[in-house]
Design a protein around this ligand. Structure first.
Ligand code: GDP
Length: 432
């Protein structure tokens, strides 16, 4: 039995392809959180947050950044791009000039370096029409270097000779690749060194042993939130490989990427939208096309159906219970947050994908990625609620058909919906 005096660690993660609305949910929950932690990913995706200061796309900063009493941690599992972070902080400060934000960066966070971005770009060009649709933030080359044990962690920048030695050896290999594979100009490791050193004071100010801080805080009873980026189906292991990100997007990885005991993460809230959306190339079983897609994308306009980081139009479809149940199971979710219910208010009927048909056989189990292209959605159709619902704050006040839709999704996914969001604004939440 864990002691009652221990804190609560809650993870807020995506059940689908990302863009589920985690930013809004985390932003709300961050108000009561002592600490908000990013445990994976980098500047390649983003959360959209709408608050009293305006609308912000956060990429590397944790969503508690606008709350001065919250400590915002970038954990060791993240990919830290200092130059992008500088810009992101500048944008936040532009909107909230008097904000005294509280940022802690784990000493073990590795840096995204200029060659990661360059290699990402060169590789997409080399792939031509077989592109992954990378956001070109250097994430795949970064995680490749991480597992080659050649990344630079921020703690290393305080040891000059050691850092130069590591960079020299790293760029020996990088330059062989740049010149030999891509016929590109080599890079001077001392230029990279200078670009990193510009941030020495900034790192000095924010660097800490975050894992140790988090473990102590947990023991002291603090309220800690782990904030996931992207969704379960983009996890490099369990997701729809190779259309995944290069890190682990699952709550289980928060134990490693933040450095806390796995059994400390007791509450896992998987966020899912009342319909599906997906950015970039990948199989997408419930995808809509033509007018029907255009309408849903337009209605979801406030739901930012254009990627927070990429501005690319999102592909949209009806709710996919097969993918969502799988995603929630991968997340080991204990409850669901359902967002974007308001977006569906125009539909006469709301189809929900309850099974896949693969090679003539119906299944409710999400298949191995290579079977997804042959999966066809099997829909069950529910009556629409045909009413604007953004102003409604109590579940009982929702139209009967909206309530039925919510209950149907709970049943299909097999988890209770603990948070119901019916609009992009912070206060647009329905009490359950
Ligand atoms: P995240 O990465 O999971 O945080 O998702 P994004 O922030 O990229 O995309 C979610 C979008 O949906 C943002 O534009 C939010 O403002 C918006 N949003 C969140 N919840 C709701 C909701 O309940 N209804 C509507 N219409 N939009 C929402």
């Amino acid at each position: 039995m864990l002691s009652d005096s221990l804190g609560k660690i809650k993870a807020i993660v995506g059940a689908n392809w990302g863009d589920e609305g985690k930013g809004k949910i985390t932003d709300i929950m961050a108000a009561d959180a002592d600490i908000v932690v990013r445990f994976q990913g980098g500047s390649n995706a983003g959360h959209t947050i709408l608050n009293q200061y305006g609308k912000f796309a956060l990429h590397q900063l944790p969503s508690g950044i606008f709350n001065e009493n919250t400590v915002n941690v970038i954990g060791n599992g993240c990919a830290l791009n200092l130059e992008y972070l500088e810009k992101e902080i500048a944008k936040v400060m532009e909107g909230a000039p008097n904000l005294k934000f509280n940022l802690m960066i784990d000493a073990r966070v590795p840096l995204v370096l200029p060659h990661h971005i360059l290699l990402d770009e060169l590789e997409e060009v080399r792939r031509g029409d077989r592109q992954f649709g990378s956001t070109k933030a250097g994430i795949a080359p970064f995680y490749s270097d991480k597992y080659l044990k050649e990344c630079i962690q921020i703690n290393e920048i305080f040891h000059d000779e050691h850092l130069q030695y590591r960079l020299k050896h790293l760029y020996e290999r990088v330059n062989l690749t740049l010149q030999g594979v891509y016929n590109a100009e080599p890079m001077d490791y001392m230029d990279v060194y200078a670009r990193i050193m510009r941030f020495k004071d900034f790192i000095q100010t924010h660097m800490a042993d975050a894992s140790s801080y988090l473990r102590k805080s947990w023991q002291e009873g603090k309220n800690i939130l782990m904030e996931g980026q992207l969704g379960a189906l983009r996890d490099v292991g369990m997701g729809i490989y190779p259309y995944v990100t290069s890190s682990h997007t699952l709550a289980g990885f928060a134990a490693i990427g933040a450095g806390v005991p796995p059994y400390a993460i007791t509450d896992i809230l998987a966020v899912t939208k009342a319909y599906s959306s997906c950015v970039g190339a990948s199989p997408f079983v419930t995808e809509l096309f033509g007018e029907e897609a255009e309408e849903l994308r337009r209605r979801g306009g406030d739901a930012g159906e254009y990627g927070a980081t990429t501005g690319r139009p999102r592909r949209v479809g009806y709710f996919d219970a097969v993918a969502t149940r799988f995603g929630a199971e991968c997340q080991a979710a204990t409850e669901l947050a359902l967002t974007g219910l308001d977006v569906l208010s125009y539909l006469d009927e709301i189809p929900v994908c309850v099974a896949y048909e693969i090679n003539g056989i119906q299944t409710k189990d999400f298949p191995a990625p290579s079977l997804l292209d042959s999966a066809k959605p099997v829909f069950e159709t529910l009556p629409g609620f045909k009413q604007e619902i953004r102003h409604i704050r109590k579940f009982d006040d929702l139209p009967e058909n909206a309530k039925n839709y919510v209950r149907f999704i709970e049943k299909q996914v097999g988890l209770p919906i603990a948070v119901l969001s019916n609009g992009p604004k912070r206060e647009e939440i329905v009490e359950l």
